[in-house]
Write a protein that binds this ligand. Structure first.
Ligand code: PEP
Length: 263
């Protein structure tokens, strides 16, 4: 279903009316985690001023440590819905458990499946039945074929509104949090018809890498990027070191605006 064999044209997925697909270079931005209404609104305004058309933000956070901030749950979803009403930005947010899919889908414009759940088949199937577009991150240990097969689980349930997101894979290299496999973008676009975006924030894991990795994503023909922003990264409850603040974000906005997308 997701293979290019049966769909010669690459697909455009619409999220609350915002297109992601060939030639779009859609900018998705927002906080890694929803913390407070004020923080989320401030991050959304920063993102919007930089040209982002979709808001990201996690209410359910899949953390390595069980002692780390796990997200606000439904209270976080309500904050996202309020910020959407305030800014008009459709919301992308993660669901980590099949039992929560209907709840998250009742607030979100696009469901995010994270790298740690990239082969959680029950979750993929539930997301495929939720009636909302799905952004599917590549498993940090997953091959491109496994990623596309994960998308197939969603598609099999009748939902072809799937956006693939390359977010870095685990390699022997320790200088970056993950190794951005930039070649996965054209390979996934050649094998499948789905839009492919890049997450430069979670792949590099550091603010200074976000801009160069975004340039690489644009140059190779990604259909969009998803970026962490935070009004006060030093106090962020999740992934502060990779969050962009105003100056960096303005530079990123300029890069996204000025570099012509590869079609
Ligand atoms: C995220 O985008 O909030 C996230 C946790 O990403 P990943 O699943 O790629 O680690």
């Amino acid at each position: 279903l997701v293979s290019r064999e049966n769909h010669r044209e690459r697909s455009v997925v619409r999220v609350g009316g915002v297109p992601i697909g060939p030639g779009t270079m859609t900018l998705i931005a927002g906080p890694c985690a929803v913390e407070t209404p004020e923080q989320t609104l401030a991050a959304a305004r920063m993102a919007q001023a930089a040209g982002a058309t979709l808001l990201r933000g996690g209410a359910f956070k899949p953390r390595t440590s069980p002692y780390a901030f796990q997200g606000l749950g439904e209270a976080g979803l309500r904050i996202l819905a309020d910020v959407r009403a305030e800014t008009g930005m459709p919301v992308v947010t993660e669901v980590v458990d099949a039992a929560d899919v209907d709840l998250v889908a009742s607030y979100a414009d696009m469901l995010q499946i994270g790298t740690r759940n990239a082969q959680n088949f029950a979750l993929l199937q539930a997301a495929g039945e939720a009636g909302k577009p799905v952004m599917l991150k590549r498993g940090m240990n997953g091959t491109i074929e496994e990623w596309l097969m994960a998308a197939e689980y969603v598609a099999q349930r009748g939902n072809l509104d799937i956006v693939l997101c390359e977010r870095g894979i685990r390699t022997f290299e320790k200088a970056t949090r993950n190794t951005l496999d930039i070649s996965a973008v054209p390979v996934a676009q050649r094998l499948g018809h789905l839009p492919v975006i890049v997450d430069p924030s979670h792949s590099g894991g550091s603010r200074d890498l976000v801009l160069p990795l975004t340039r690489a994503a644009i140059a190779i023909g990604a259909d969009g990027v998803i970026i962490d922003v935070h009004p006060h990264p030093e106090t962020a409850l999740c992934d502060g070191p990779q969050a962009l603040v105003d100056g960096d974000l303005r530079e990123l906005a300029r890069v996204v605006r000025d570099l012509p997308p590869v079609v």
